[in-house]
Design a protein around this ligand. Sequence first.
Ligand SMILES: Cc1ncc(COP(=O)(O)O)c(C=O)c1O
Length: 416
Amino acid sequence: MPKHKTNFTKRYAGKSGIGELMDDLGKAMSGNDMLMLGGGNPASIPEVNKIWRDRLAQMVDNGTEVDNALGNYDTPQGNKLFISELADFLNRHFKFGITEKNIAVTNGSQTAIFNLLNILGGTGQDGVLRKILFPIVPEYIGYADQHLEPEAFLALRPVIELIGDRRFKYRIDYNALDEVNEPLGALCVSRPTNPTGNVLTDDEINYLHQFCKKRGVSLIIDNAYGAPFPQILFQDIKPIWDEDIILSMSLSKVGLPSTRTGIIVAKEEIITALSSVNAITSLSTGSLGQVITHPLLKDDTLINISRNIIKPFYEEKSLKALSWIDSFFEGINYRAHVSEGALFIWIWLPDLEISSIELYNILKGKGVLIIPGSYFFFGLQKPWEHSDKCIRITYSQNEDVVEKGIKIIGDTLKNL
Ligand SMILES: Cc1ncc(COP(=O)(O)O)c(C=O)c1O
């Protein structure tokens, strides 16, 4: 580490929530005995893996296709063939009315969102700080440290709707939203939401959309788990897009996280800005994921495996995880967020007397990795007790790992 830390070093080369998460994830995936209920790695689905293997074999047989995928830099906007196929696909299925100029590909959607948040929010040349508003938290831990100016984030608490004895759902607090009068650069939501598994309703999205139109800002919808792919989404909602919406998509959760393929659908000026940043920071985007999937967009394989294999696979896993929670947590005061999509179950423990980070450490000592809830409430202007009484668990790993992990969490909470 250099002796004199720059602001950038201080902000990005130290510890961060996402750094800790990825570190634990990496260690757990590389062979130690931890029960991994912490990370966001997609599950290994044999039928889907076979589709990637067959496609790679086809590329190798073809020769030129694999040579081009490995040996050429694509443009900073992405692979031309993939972009054109994706524009056709989105117009054919969802009538987006877009052209190739509305799509940019990035090295993972994580990078895309880092760039978008910093392009749209922050101090302008006029000296005005325009904030990125998270209209509902808890939100994705991966956004928490993404802005070069930490004070550019603003977040609102949700309304909590209690459902039955053991469930709840977060909803957007429209009153709090309407009271926001600070200058804004953009709104950002993940839908389905990481960490809660919430899916904002169509009404909520319409409300946010209208709010953005009134305020002249963009609504970023992070669709990393949504439709049309990977469709880890258990509600019947359709993707929407217009010039006020920036739709972020990813190939990670269809089972290709290591190809680092993120996709942004947005108005032309945003795509141009993203491509410029991409050229400066990365030169171009990795081609492999784009070359593997472009024929699968054309013949609808990608949308079909998402609907018919990936979605039911995760839905069944989510129901099982909830049923294990309900049985192993018997006697504990808890509520689980309704599971409407994504890979996670979010558990609220109203009587928890230690912090969620202390609980994380106790569980880590017992061989179970979870993520403490407090990381997911960045941007709030006042502390909120609720934020330290929740945990996130991932249900994408093998059933015996998830079941064992949930049992240890339940037993630990009973002893506490
Ligand atoms: C909500 C959300 N957005 C974005 C990402 C980033 O995904 P990637 O960079 O692999 O596309 C993740 C990863 O888990 C996520 O959960």
